[in-house]
Design a protein around this ligand. Structure first.
Ligand SMILES: *Cc1c(COP(=O)(O)O)cnc(C)c1O
Length: 499
């Protein structure tokens, strides 16, 4: 029982020393396996990774001790972890977390506060209130607004559509969905979203009993933004068909194209048709911190609810997101007792009334430590730097005959494809280019020198950079483009020999 006795923190000097040793060892493992490296991935295949766990029992009868267990983590997990700290990591919307956020996360774990009730974490409850209030101001909301930290955009979008459903059923049909369930007319509830919007809106509709059928894709303009005229046409058509558009879900920063829907015009439209206006700013909400770029979000202050992720473009470790609602009263549709209904308890915050989640870690500490350490202006400046870099990267890609650039994002994605040098006879050029680009992505993952994301648009396969790291330079991107060119050449040869 040696390890078990030493498992818990207590004032005993030996206990404190063990805690320090374990944390130091964990740090050393991170530095060794994640930081002192030059590739972004080991290149291991799923079969190779599974094989590493063939001889390693996740739940052995006898323990090996913390030192040894962390050693095992190094060899099995960290060795094959994706290295987001590498400035050559340019693939998905998952950032290199900054050091303040990492340190804060270690405290979050150690103090183990829980937002499920006041007496499980009073100081973090109040910190969360203060941070939500600050976000409210940043996004231009009135002081009627409220909100909560979430596990991310999925949960925040769910809450937006959840409140929209409750509000609409009450306001238009006098139905209390929480108590009575969905009215029959809910079959005709519709949610508008741009074709470039996020699938979590569809998921929310499905989980809320409306079905994915409730989500109507609105076409985008040539900048991949929700087309306002098209939205208006859809709204008219829905009403003519006796449907009920309950919500208009705009996106500020689409995952592929980084496009920001015309928020002010859409707010107007939502007003006119009396539907809930939700803005999914999981990605683009970050620019609210930037003095130079915050205007991109003009109109967001008119949203009934909004989503912002701190683990996307705000440099925090997963999970860390937030949900805001313009009018706290709308929380009545969450079905928990709302705070304003319980004035006698006003002195104590009830954070569960703001969330669909009960036990909830104090993720607010991560942005708190980051903003306190770095300052909001410098966080904004880091965002500006990445946006500035992406302009240069888009020019690099656009000027290069080996690549075809399809979109210059307002935010920090670059969507392009490698142009094959030759197309085999009898092969449609697009099919060939699709195969070659798909293969490039696979080769990159096998080699581990870089990872590229892939997306599809109108039947064509594209490669995608999502740049989130303020340390990334044009030279880093050029290195990756050279690798893609090399893999493209290899892919063409490989595929031609199979033909
Ligand atoms: C990432 C993302 C989501 C999903 O958020 P999670 O944090 O992964 O739960 C939703 N919408 C957009 C636009 C996103 O980029």
């Amino acid at each position: 029982m040696v390890e078990a006795d030493a498992l818990f923190l207590d004032p005993d000097k030996r206990s404190v020393a063990r805690y320090e040793q374990a944390m130091e060892r964990a740090q050393a493992a991170v530095i060794e396996a994640l930081v002192d490296r030059n590739d972004v991935y080991s290149g291991a295949s799923p079969a190779e990774l599974r094989a590493t766990f063939e001889d390693i029992e996740p739940m052995p009868d006898e323990g090996e001790g913390i030192e040894s267990a962390l050693e095992t983590v190094c060899e099995t997990v960290l060795e094959h972890a994706v290295r987001f700290h590498d400035p050559k990591y340019l693939a998905h919307l998952n950032c290199a977390p900054g050091i303040p956020g990492i340190a804060a996360d270690a405290i979050v774990a150690a103090m183990n506060q829980n937002h499920a009730s006041w007496d499980l974490g009073p100081s973090v409850d109040v910190l969360e209130e203060a941070m939500i209030d600050e976000l409210r101001r940043r996004f231009g909301y009135p002081d009627t607004a409220a909100g909560v930290f979430t596990s991310g955009g999925t949960q925040a979008n769910f809450m937006g559509i959840f409140l929209a459903r409750g509000w609409y059923a009450d306001e238009h049909f006098d139905v209390d969905v929480q108590a009575e369930g969905l009215p029959r007319v809910a079959e005709d509830f519709r949610i508008l979203r741009s074709a470039a919007g996020h699938p979590t809106i569809d998921e929310a509709a499905a989980k809320l009993g409306l079905g994915e059928q409730a989500v109507v894709d609105v076409p985008t303009d040539d900048q991949y933004r929700l087309d306002v005229e098209a939205a208006e046409a859809v709204l008219e058509e829905l009403e003519a068909d006796g449907r009920h558009p309950i919500a208009l879900a705009a996106t500020a920063g689409t995952t592929d194209f980084g496009s920001i829907d015309p928020l002010s015009e859409l707010a107007e439209l939502a007003d006119e048709y009396d539907c809930w206006f939700h803005v999914d700013a999981a990605y683009g909400g970050a620019v609210a911190m930037s003095d130079r770029h915050r205007d991109m979000l003009a109109g967001i202050e008119r949203a009934d609810s909004l989503t912002v992720d701190f683990h996307k473009f705000l440099f925090q470790p997963v999970s860390c997101g937030a949900f805001l609602v313009r009018d706290e009263q709308m929380y009545q549709y969450l079905g928990h007792e709302a705070e304003y209904l319980n004035p006698e308890r006003d002195s104590v915050p009830h954070r569960t009334e703001k969330s669909v989640q009960w036990s909830r870690r104090a993720d607010v500490l991560k942005p708190f430590v980051t903003f306190r350490a770095v300052g909001r202006e410098d966080v904004g400046a880091m965002i500006d730097r990445v946006i500035g870099l992406v302009d240069r990267v888009a020019r690099c890609v656009g000027d290069d005959p080996d690549f075809d650039l399809i979109n210059e994002s307002e935010l920090t994605t670059v969507v392009f494809r490698y142009c094959p040098t030759r197309t085999p006879e009898g092969m449609p050029a697009r099919d060939w280019a699709n195969q070659v680009n798909d293969r490039i992505r696979e080769i990159a993952l096998e080699e581990g020198e870089t990872i590229v994301a892939r997306t599809e648009h109108q039947g064509t396969t594209y490669l995608k950079f999502t740049i989130l790291n303020p340390k990334t330079t044009v030279e880093n991107v050029e290195t990756v483009l050279d690798l893609i060119r090399e893999y493209g050449d290899r892919a063409e040869q490989e595929l031609a020999s199979i033909k």
